[in-house]
Design a protein around this ligand. Structure first.
Ligand code: GDL
Length: 691
């Protein structure tokens, strides 16, 4: 990549210290002041240096951003800011005025300054303005005053930044804060270019990576965005955020961000799980990553000349380090009267008479309940079950694989099912894995530290139930119980309606909200949609023929209207023709013919006037089988926008019933409806949409 225009700003950023730490930036219940103070202590211990205060649902951070803090609130914030100082953590105060601010009104700007002045008086020296998750449409007054939304945001940010005396740390979160939000792309985003050019160079910009929750963040993607922003971004990392799904929690290691990113960034802040305690792993492993990045740089020099150096950050090793430390926390009691480890009880006998003679059951009485201590294996299993947004941990993957195998290889022959020896042995192993989950649950629920347990409780109960259902099902397959995960009962208990109304909605939908990481793991292919050019003609014909011959034997089917477009007899509209490319080359196309009559004449088929009247444009789209739905739908969506901008009032297409992929895609787009057409070849469906 050529040197970005903002090289100067980049090297400036390189001289600043690397921002590392936590952003409390999720939706839902904010953390308590005590939790935040404990967080500062931890961050210091682990070598992180920053905390960004941005709790989305805190009244005065976003919804009522204009309101000043009361005396009582002020006291709390002052205490928090000084606690951060005590632990050497930079406290950055963020405000999100974007829900309802009128950028062009000087009174609004004054109110914003006044609010930040108040926080400055509390001892805060670093600030941030956030414009994420807001309507991108400006109000009429702002439209008059600013040439774009980016101009409005940048204008107010620069003004506030200057007003506060150009603080050493000042962060700005754009509305398009990840590549997926940029139209059409990062490098062509007018919004990002304006931000990059107009935002004062001392202001850093937050960026979540390719997506809101980025699976991977590559060096190339950061180089691309840095050249547009004219500075190295600070990553706001949502890899451990769980505020978008009630049933998920992320206890896997910081992962899929190469440490080579560190010199290319101004910092990394993790926006983790809503529950404070389970973030031990997220923050600990981020700290290990940051250290590895710093050390890795030095070691590269020392090891010059040696063969392959060890990768400087191993997510697996970082996880084990984190879990080993976390285990200690579980063992420390956080409540008076809790059952602490036996040896500490021995040290300090209790004062009361009762305690002097603890109850010892007789030989014919119930033995005392004894809690087994939690182990590192338990925590590793827990982390595997609640791993990362796009990946289950190794044990969870094995359990899913085994269940899948057991389901597909069982012989349901008769009442006394006789499975093969291999099946029985694997079923037994699966049962053992389920039992380990139950034991882990038992030991966790007996751990002395109740605060950590309570943050985890709903999740571990839920997974215990899920695993229990799978276990009962496998037992049933093996002939040791009813052959249903949930025995049918006319008078069911409440807990059989799993997931409530939301669960019910999701199960009723054909394709949304019911994606499985196991059966459809995320694809990481990069696709490009670009205009069709004459050189693509051969590739397009190749795809057309390849898919057609797979669907129906060549030569036996009457032509579709679009065939002449694909055989090159008629050219598509140059403004309304796209191809889809992946690493291997052209893998799909979407072409439009503005006047479908031309095709009808070529194929010599009479097409109803009403169709041509309502849907004058004919489109043809196809993708190779390896292409996933999402880029294919995007390409068709983009074609429809171009056709609409060209002035057409509607499009139609013809699809063979055997072409399930295209039928599915058009249906999923949601706007196409079957239309009636005379003279349609057999087994062909015509679908149209108004624009
Ligand atoms: C977001 C929000 C964040 C939220 C996260 C995960 C940013 C910049 N903003 O888009 O508040 O916690 O998604 O749901 O990430």
């Amino acid at each position: 990549m050529s040197a970005p225009a903002g090289t100067e700003a980049l090297s400036q950023a390189a001289n600043k210290r690397f921002i590392s730490g936590v952003v409390e930036g999720f939706y839902g219940r904010p953390w308590t002041m005590e939790q935040r103070t404990e967080l500062f202590q931890r961050e210091q211990k682990w070598g992180l240096n920053t905390y960004l205060y941005a709790p989305k649902d805190d009244y005065k951070h976003r919804m009522y951003w204009r309101d000043l803090y009361t005396e009582e609130e002020a006291e709390q914030l002052i205490a928090l800011i000084s606690a951060a100082k005590r632990y050497g953590i930079e406290f950055i105060y963020a405000i999100s005025p974007g829900l309802d601010i009128t950028f062009s009104n000087p009174r609004e700007v004054a109110t914003l300054k006044k609010k930040l002045d108040q926080v400055k008086e509390f001892g805060c020296c670093s600030f941030s303005l956030l414009f994420d998750d807001i309507e991108a449409e400006m109000c009429p007054a702002d439209k008059q005053a600013f040439s774009s939304f980016a101009h409005a945001q940048v204008d107010i940010t620069n003004e506030v930044y200057r007003h506060l005396g150009e603080p050493a740390t000042f962060l700005f979160c754009p509305t398009d804060y990840c590549a997926a939000f940029c139209t059409p792309t990062v490098s062509q985003s007018t919004y990002l270019h304006t931000v990059g050019e107009k935002l004062l160079p001392g202001i850093d910009i937050l960026w979540t990576g390719p997506k809101v929750v980025s699976n991977k963040i590559s060096v190339e993607s950061i180089e691309e965005v840095s050249s547009v922003l004219k500075r190295a971004p600070v990553i706001w990392d949502n890899i451990h955020a769980n505020d978008y799904d009630l049933q998920r929690l992320f206890l896997g290691p910081y992962k899929d961000r190469p440490t080579e990113l560190i010199p290319k960034l101004s910092g990394v802040l993790t926006n983790p799980n809503c529950e404070y305690h389970p973030n031990f792993v997220a923050i600990h492993t981020l700290a290990t990553w940051c250290k590895a990045g710093a050390e890795g740089g030095q070691r590269d020099v020392e090891m010059a000349g040696e063969q392959e150096p060890e990768p400087c950050y191993s997510p697996q090793k970082a996880l084990t380090l984190a879990l080993t430390d976390w285990l200690e926390d579980f063992q420390s009691t956080d409540q008076p009267g809790a059952h602490v480890k036996k040896d500490s009880l021995d040290e300090e006998p209790m004062q009361t008479d009762m305690a002097e003679s603890p109850y010892v059951p007789g030989t014919d009485e119930n033995p005392l309940y004894t809690a087994e201590p939690l182990t590192l294996d338990d925590l590793t299993l827990l982390s595997d079950l609640f791993y990362l947004p796009y990946e289950h941990g190794p044990t969870a993957r094995t359990m899913l694989q085994e269940l899948d195998w057991l389901k597909n290889h069982s012989v349901v022959a008769s009442a006394d099912t006789d499975q093969t020896a291999e099946w029985r042995s694997r079923a037994q192993q699966f049962d053992g894995m389920c039992e380990a989950v139950v034991q882990m649950f038992n030991r966790l629920s007996n751990a002395p530290n109740r605060s950590i347990l309570y943050d985890l409780y709903n999740y571990i109960c839920d997974i215990k139930t899920g695993v229990g259902l799978a276990r009962a099902y496998v037992k049933g397959l093996g002939g040791h119980g009813p052959l249903s995960a949930q025995p049918v009962n006319n008078d069911p208990e409440a807990w059989t309606f799993r997931g409530g109304l939301s669960g019910e909605f999701q199960r009723m939908l054909p394709s949304h909200g019911n994606r499985d990481l196991f059966t459809s793991p995320p694809v990481t292919e990069v696709y490009c949609i670009r205009p069709f050019c004459p050189d693509d003609k051969l590739q397009v014909q190749r795809i057309f023929r390849e898919v057609k011959s797979a669907e129906v034997p060549l030569g036996v089917q009457p032509p579709l209207l679009c065939d002449c477009l694909l055989e090159g007899e008629i050219l598509p509209s140059p403004d309304c023709a796209l191809v889809l490319e992946d690493e291997t080359g052209v893998c799909g196309y979407a072409l439009a013919l503005p006047n479908a009559k031309q095709a009808a004449a070529k194929v010599q088929r009479a097409v109803n006037d009403s169709v041509l009247e309502n849907f004058p444009t004919l489109i043809a789209a196809q993708v190779l089988p390896r292409v996933t739905d999402s880029p294919a739908k995007r390409m068709i969506g983009q074609l429809l926008s171009s056709v609409k901008s060209s002035g057409s009032k509607g499009v139609f297409c013809e699809v063979r019933q055997s072409d399930q992929k295209m039928l599915g895609l058009y249906t999923q787009l949601g706007c196409f409806r079957p239309i009636t057409m005379d003279n349609l070849p057999q087994d062909v469906i015509a679908m149209g949409t108004s624009l």
